[in-house]
Design a protein around this ligand. Structure first.
Ligand code: FAD
Length: 288
């Protein structure tokens, strides 16, 4: 099923994310976690892609598993930084072959020393969106950043480039994680003002490992509200307490989003079935 059709129903939906293993020897572990999360029957599940190789080779395998054996709609991520145009085309061929209909088109983080010379690399996700659009009948999503992308000169310019990306052929957007819903509401208003009308899926990260999240937030510029910092300060050293508090915080954000008309929520579930399951059960009566 195409994700744009799921979103068009305008009902509260919940989706989850998994990432492929870095080492081949961890493949079964990740597959097991994927199957457990899929049993919750989310609206769809996304499978990340390591820019320029790394975890990229298993993205198609896990997405195909979801599609063929689990009965869950997969969203395969695809990045173009540090890949040749030919490598991108090969990956698109594999996705098409497996019947995968949904792709999240990303540039990926640029890694110094891994640039592809001679114009053989797409520079921005908008170019990738155009290529996918011309390649087949895919439903295409892209990333957006309620607090601005780290490389953008300012948020206004970021939205100008986002509009170009959407106009290149995006069917929907998924946001970077945020911990203050007011930042998202404000951003959605700015997107509509800029003429961006495609559905926006809100990305929620349940924080269970504060050290990791602190690093991610420093890199991505995501603001941690005082209420959240207090939770980390109080429970950060107690793994189980932190996990419970992180799930409660994420649940609270999700319920507030649904209550304010943001129907599509994507949970960065990080291969953790127990976290996905707790959140799912906390809101199961809302998503019906
Ligand atoms: P782009 O849309 O190309 O934007 C990158 C920057 O360039 C922005 O600052 C933008 O304002 C600017 N820009 C865009 N067009 C132009 C232009 N024409 N001229 C000048 N500047 C321009 N990374 C992975 O490696 N694998 C994943 O699976 C993955 N999944 C993700 C999922 C989500 C929902 C999100 C939010 C991020 C994900 N990322 C992933 C991280 C992402 O790859 C990085 O944030 C990356 O730095 C930017 O990717 P993008 O597709 O947003 O880039």
């Amino acid at each position: 099923m195409k994700i744009k059709d799921i979103l068009n129903k305008k009902q509260p939906t919940l989706s989850f994310e998994v990432f492929p293993p870095k080492k081949d020897s961890d493949y079964m572990k990740v597959e097991e976690a994927t199957i457990k999360i899929a049993k919750l029957k989310p609206a769809f599940m996304s499978v990340t892609y390591g820019a320029g190789g790394g975890t990229s080779k298993h993205t198609v395998d896990i997405a195909a598993k979801l599609y063929n054996s689990c009965g869950v709609t997969p969203l395969a991520h695809l990045t173009c930084a540090s890949s040749t145009k030919e490598e991108v085309a090969n990956q698109l061929g594999k996705l098409k072959e497996q019947g995968i209909e949904n792709i999240l088109a990303l540039r990926g983080d640029r890694v110094a020393g891994r640039e592809i010379a001679g114009g053989e690399e797409y520079q921005y996700a908008s170019e990738l969106v155009q290529v996918i659009r011309s390649y087949g009948d895919f439903c295409i999503g892209a990333a957006c950043y309620p607090e601005g992308h780290v490389e953008a000169a300012n948020r206004k310019e970021d939205i100008v480039y986002l509009k170009e990306k959407v106009d290149a052929g995006c069917d929907f957007l998924t946001t970077q994680m945020f911990f203050d819903n007011n930042i998202l509401y404000n951003y959605l208003y700015q997107l509509r003002e800029a003429g961006i009308t495609v559905p926006v899926i809100a990305g929620i990260m349940p924080v269970t490992n504060p050290g990791q999240i602190k690093r991610i937030c420093e890199l991505s510029g995501t603001v941690l509200p005082q209420r959240f910092k207090a939770i980390v300060e109080k429970f950060g050293d107690n793994k189980e307490a932190m996990e419970q508090a992180g799930i409660a915080y994420a649940t609270d954000q999700i319920i507030d989003l649904y209550a304010n008309g943001v129907n599509a929520v994507h949970v960065y579930s990080m291969n953790k079935p127990e976290v996905a399951s707790s959140i799912y059960h906390n809101i199961s009566k809302i998503i019906g």
